[in-house]
Design a protein around this ligand. Structure first.
Ligand SMILES: NC(=O)c1ccc[n+]([C@@H]2O[C@H](COP(=O)([O-])OP(=O)(O)OC[C@H]3O[C@@H](n4cnc5c(N)ncnc54)[C@H](OP(=O)(O)O)[C@@H]3O)[C@@H](O)[C@H]2O)c1
Length: 245
């Protein structure tokens, strides 16, 4: 079954970016956050008739696929019963803070998506959309077969779910490269060569880390081929998990 409706739980930078790309590609979206549908009214108006706002439970139920675009620190607030049986796209990255750390991630015992899969035991979690900034997602999409089409890495333990997500990426204008099970998804996480930077391209020199981050959020991006994704993933060396602040 091909995806016609995306359920989106968490409508910040990533959720809103995915919603814009999905609507532009002809899909319907059901948006949700923790504060309630009324807080999403402006975005629904902007997106038009293919978008509506609802509760997370309704977004989970309505979506052929569901994107859980919330901070990893609140992933346990995702309702396992509501997401049971669903293919759940996990774009979350580990960002330890003084208030929240995950020892199993700090020790590299698990990847962040294995943590999410353990919580959402009845769902099929596919890690994807975590390694590209939404601005570049909105710029780099191309029709199938275009010579400069960009590829994105995905990981998951369920082959059928990965196929569904690869089909969705194709509709959104991207190729998919399967990096294997969730246990191997560290190869595309922060602090690896595949994470974000290849899609951003060469930054202006002399920027502070803060200015670099702001620049990257607005950079138009450069295409990355499937061969490029494979090469960068193969070059990854596992270090400390998460953003090192
Ligand atoms: N920003 C990027 O460039 C980027 C790129 C790739 C991946 N990521 C990852 O993608 C995830 C989302 O990042 P973001 O930048 O989009 O974050 P964000 O802008 O802070 O948005 C987070 C969203 O999650 C919602 N939320 C929080 N708790 C919730 C709950 N219990 N139920 C439903 N919704 C909830 C928030 O809604 P309320 O305000 O209503 O709580 C908000 O809409 C993160 O894990 C991040 O690591 C980010």
């Amino acid at each position: 079954m091909s995806t016609t409706t995306l359920g989106i739980i968490g409508v910040g930078t990533v959720g809103a970016g995915a919603a814009r790309r999905a609507v532009d590609a002809g899909l319907n979206v059901v948006l949700s956050n923790s504060r309630g549908p009324e807080t999403l009214a402006d975005l629904v108006v902007e997106l038009g008739q293919r978008a509506r706002a609802a509760t997370p439970a309704e977004a989970a139920s309505a979506g052929d696929l569901v994107i859980a675009a919330v901070p990893l620190s609140v992933h346990e607030q995702l309702n396992p019963a509501e997401l049971a049986g669903k293919t759940v796209i996990d774009p979350m990255n580990y960002a330890p803070t003084p208030n929240w750390r995950a020892p199993e991630l700090d020790s590299n015992e698990l990847t962040s998506s294995e943590l999410v899969q353990r919580h959402l035991a009845g769902a099929r979690v596919v890690k994807v959309l975590h390694s590209i900034i939404p601005k570049q997602l909105l710029e780099l999409h191309r029709p199938a077969g275009a010579p400069d089409r960009t590829a994105l890495p995905l990981s998951g333990d369920d082959p059928g779910a990965k196929n569904e997500v690869a089909d969705l990426l194709d509709v959104l204008g991207f190729d998919a490269v399967d990096l294997g099970p969730l246990a191997d998804s560290w190869r595309s996480e922060p602090n690896t060569p595949l994470y974000a930077i290849p899609y951003v391209g060469q930054s202006p020199s002399g920027l502070t880390p803060r200015d670099l981050a702001a620049w990257a959020q607005q950079a138009p991006g450069v295409p990355v081929s499937a061969a490029g994704v494979r090469e960068l993933a193969a070059a990854a060396v596992r270090g400390p998990a998460g953003f090192q602040m």
